[in-house]
Design a protein around this ligand. Structure first.
Ligand SMILES: [Zn+2]
Ligand SMILES: [Zn+2]
Length: 498
């Protein structure tokens, strides 16, 4: 038995084909793909397969309780009564009645063997006899031939070596002939094999081919001879039962009913023998070559149904990160501030001195308070009046003097927009970051983070960092409309292998 990879005490029913986890119902999701129901792994979304196990086949000697239940259940008894009625009533037809009657009986007998050879455990519904040849005459011929195969050799021997005269005048002497006894024993031993072949191959030719019958016997000699003995005993028991019950029934004769009941009693043990013969094939199915190994496997945890529901947004979205995610560096070599989302929400500026390859871009630790004519003020005014040209110029002056703009979040975003349109993506990303930092819980934050992530991914080629920003947005602003777009962006990034 397999247990769940995640829940050590839970029984697993599936195995994920992607992450190889074994899954209990709580770890599996039912999904529909093109109207086909599949099972998916909750943690990775991979398609999961049922865990199969070798079928444990109880041999027929352990199945008599089940067999008797099949016969003596309400449906079983109704089936037998219906069959008995057909057998009895058709026997009343003049001249051909016995052929039809025996054909119906044989047809059902073979049907039971066939079904039980596939592991069936209930009495099958009788054929509707719509095809007179297939349902009545073919089984009739097969049954007659099978029976003849038992008696003809003995009769031929008696005719040639013993004489029918002696048979009738002194049966004891006739049956003391060891060769005759041997012939009869061999024929009887042969009979179950013939019946199995008749039922399983549905071919009269196969029945007449001794190699096929011998093939069955020699592959399973132990089981086969045990079955011959069981079958012989049941045949004797059947004769005994019929002789016991028949006279009692006919003592209280009721029109038609007695005949039907008598037939029904006569069907009980033959149906049991048919079950035994069919089960003999089933329990040796692999040895006899009737079943492929696949027929002989069953789900290890049958009837298990997935209980989990798919995560919101699908599986393309990586699971929420418990620990703080990797620091997001907006600029590899010139930023002093390393952005790191803090557990309580918001970014924390972290990290020591950056590799200073562009010392010019380093922000001043304490920028001088802006005067009226300072670049910061000019920038602020230009942004407020939507003077894009002036804003860009002011921004240029500001950065050239080594300063960092210090604006309202909304203006930072406006600046970012402007910078992006003028091709300064990196500076735009910075502006976004600043906006987000200043307005962590405010209405500007999600937009700032989203824009920053998009710039990183699309303009600066820093896909990992952009993805981290998107993830941060998804996790910290789940209700925000931009969160949904961030998810979509992550899905696309995933699709492109990030
Ligand atoms: Zn998986
Ligand atoms: Zn589980």
């Amino acid at each position: 038995m397999h247990t769940c990879t995640k829940h050590m005490n839970a029984r697993a029913a599936w195995r994920c084909s992607k992450c190889d986890s074994t899954l209990c119902p709580a770890c599996a999701v039912t999904a529909n793909i093109q109207r086909t129901e599949i099972i998916r792994c909750l943690s990775c979304g991979g398609v999961a397969q049922q865990i199969m196990t070798q079928k444990v086949i109880v041999p027929y000697w352990g199945m008599f309780g089940v067999f008797l239940q099949a016969i003596f259940s309400l449906t079983g008894l109704l089936q037998i009564l219906a069959l008995a009625a057909m057998v009895f009533l058709s026997s009343l037809i003049p001249i051909v009645g016995w052929v039809i009657s025996l054909g119906i009986y044989a047809g059902y007998y073979f049907l039971v063997i066939t079904r039980y050879s596939f592991g069936e455990e209930k009495l099958p519904i009788p054929a509707d006899f719509s095809d007179v040849f297939d349902d009545i005459f073919a089984p009739f011929f097969r049954f007659i031939i099978g029976t003849l195969l038992v008696w003809v050799p003995a009769l031929l021997y008696i005719n040639a070596h013993v004489g029918f005269g002696l048979m009738f005048s002194s049966p004891a002497a006739a049956f003391s002939d060891p060769i005759l006894i041997l012939i009869i024993l061999v024929s009887i031993a042969y009979f179950p094999g013939v019946m199995i072949t008749a039922a399983v191959t549905q071919s009269t030719l196969a029945m007449l081919n001794p190699m096929i019958i011998l093939g069955i016997i020699l592959r399973i000699p132990g089981h086969y001879f045990l079955t011959v003995i069981v079958w012989g005993m049941m045949t004797v028991a059947n004769a005994f039962l019929r002789n016991l019950v028949g006279p009692i029934l006919y003592e209280h004769h009721v029109f038609l009913l007695t005949g039907i009941l008598n037939e029904a009693v006569g069907l009980l043990i033959p149906m049991l023998t048919a079950m035994v013969l069919g089960r003999l094939v089933y329990q040796n199915g692999e040895t006899l070559g009737y079943h492929t190994p696949k027929d002989l496997t069953v789900p290890e945890f049958p009837g298990a149904t997935p209980q989990a529901t798919a995560p919101q947004g699908g599986w393309e979205q990586p699971k929420a990160i418990q620990a703080p995610i990797e620091p997001i560096e907006l600029e590899e070599d010139s930023s002093s501030a390393v952005l790191r989302p803090a557990p309580g929400g918001g970014f924390v500026a972290a990290g020591g001195p950056p590799a200073a390859t562009k010392p010019k871009a380093q922000p001043q630790p304490a920028p001088a308070a802006p005067t009226a004519a300072s670049p910061t003020n000019l920038l602020e005014n230009a942004l407020q009046t939507s003077d894009n040209q002036a804003a860009l110029q002011a921004f240029k002056k500001l950065t050239e003097s080594g300063q960092v703009p210090d604006l309202e979040p909304q203006l930072e975003l406006r600046l970012a927009n402007l910078l992006e349109r003028s091709g300064q993506s990196l500076a735009a990303a910075h502006a976004c970051r600043r906006a987000a930092e200043k307005d962590m819980q405010g209405p500007m934050a999600s937009r700032a983070i989203f824009t920053s992530a998009r710039l990183l991914v699309e303009k600066l080629g820093q896909k990992q960092q952009g993805a981290a920003m998107y993830k941060y947005l998804v996790e910290n602003f789940p209700g925000d409309p931009l969160s949904e777009r961030a998810r979509e962006m992550l899905r696309r990034l995933k699709g492109s292998g990030v």
